[in-house]
Ligand binder design. Structure first.
Ligand code: SAH
Length: 339
């Protein structure tokens, strides 16, 4: 097992299991996440016997950055994993700090018709350490701290539930990467049973739902997951989540030209969301060469926005990052796989 796979409470159990004091877990966390020391030989406040045992029991490897593309506000990283699979992460400079969008799987099985990641099927889940390392390698590269994380890269995080939850625990731990729960956002295409599970965890993270359609007819066409969990089941899960957690949920809505972007669609969406503690994030579609969908015109997006406002729905338009550097979900990996 990799040392970065393990949340602190599990590492405490490990130390107790080998007859050591549990605070050693805290010391190991300080070495890894605070001092960025990768060799257990240098964990100088642990005795040699314990250092050797750690080396026997855990892997301490990194992942390799094989490519970087950047523009003024965005830096895109392609990582090579130990089994030669590739995943990508995107760093974005906001006025409030630096955020990273990380991948949770190699490929994705959800098959959303407009999404580049979905064209290439899932190869495997990422391990917790491979998600933690996307952040740590970027911090090492830019020599600055990451202040927020969105789980919106390649993959469906709730289809890799246990590893993603461990990842969130580690990055949220004050002795881990110390990223506040309110600065962590998980985005899902709507795996309903897992949304109920997530609602029961004591984590104050942000939940974002990729809705992308105002009715089942359109959603069935663009998101196959809707045939398993339809909009009505999804909306019930979202209200339950809000009731349980008291947190506002983000509704993501990617604007696809002549598919879901008319004023009538906006009205339908408003009716669907009325009364729920949510806000809508309208996403300008990032066009890719391999897919027929086109982005909605600016004026269409603005009209949709105005209609939602008029209907008293909270709404923002997502700032576009990295469209010049193929930062659309999955584009960099997809190029690499082709090669
Ligand atoms: N599987 C998760 C998270 C990864 S996708 C989910 O579905 O939410 C992150 C977001 O990017 C989703 O809202 C997804 O629908 C959207 N997306 C995918 N391809 C896109 C593209 N080319 N342009 C804009 N948004 C896209």
């Amino acid at each position: 097992m990799h040392i970065l796979d393990i949340p602190r409470e599990k590492l405490e159990e490990y130390f107790i299991g080998i007859g050591e004091k549990k605070f050693k877990a805290l010391q190991v966390f300080e070495w890894l996440y605070e001092k960025k020391e990768w060799s257990s030989d240098n964990f100088s406040n642990l005795k040699k016997e314990v250092r050797d045992k750690l080396k026997d029991d855990f892997v301490f490897s990194k992942i390799e950055i094989v490519k970087k593309e950047e523009d003024e506000l965005t830096k895109k990283y392609l990582f090579k994993l130990e089994d030669n699979n590739h995943v990508e992460a995107v760093l974005m400079y906001h006025d409030y700090g630096r955020s990273v969008c990380i991948s949770s799987q190699v490929g994705c099985n959800m098959g959303c018709k407009f999404c580049e990641s979905g064209r290439l099927k899932k190869v495997r889940n990422l391990n917790t350490f491979e998600m933690v390392l996307q952040i740590m390698m970027i911090e090492e590269d830019i020599k600055e701290r990451i202040s927020s994380v969105v789980i919106m890269g390649i993959g469906e995080p709730l289809d890799n539930y246990d590893n993603v939850i461990n990842f969130i625990k580690i990055i949220n731990d004050a002795k881990g990467l110390a990223i506040g729960a309110r600065h962590i956002t998980l985005s899902t295409c709507g795996l309903v049973p897992k949304i109920y599970e997530l609602a029961n965890l004591p984590l104050q993270i942000n939940l974002a739902i990729s809705l992308h359609a105002p009715n089942d007819e359109i959603r069935n066409q663009v998101m196959p997951v809707n045939k398993v969990y339809n909009i009505s089941q999804l909306m019930t899960a979202i209200s339950d989540y809000i009731a349980q957690t008291n947190r506002r949920v983000t509704i993501e809505y990617v604007m696809l030209k002549e598919v879901n972007d008319s004023k009538e669609h906006a009205t339908m969406l408003a009716n669907l969301l009325r009364g729920l503690n949510v806000y809508v994030n309208l996403i300008p579609y990032n066009e890719t060469n391999n897919i027929v969908f086109k982005k909605s015109d600016k004026s269409t997006i603005l009209a949709f926005y105005d209609e939602l406002k008029k209907q008293k729905i909270n709404v923002t338009i997502r700032k576009e990052f990295g469209s010049k550097i193929s930062a659309a979900c999955g584009q960099l990996r997809s190029k690499e796989v082709k090669r």
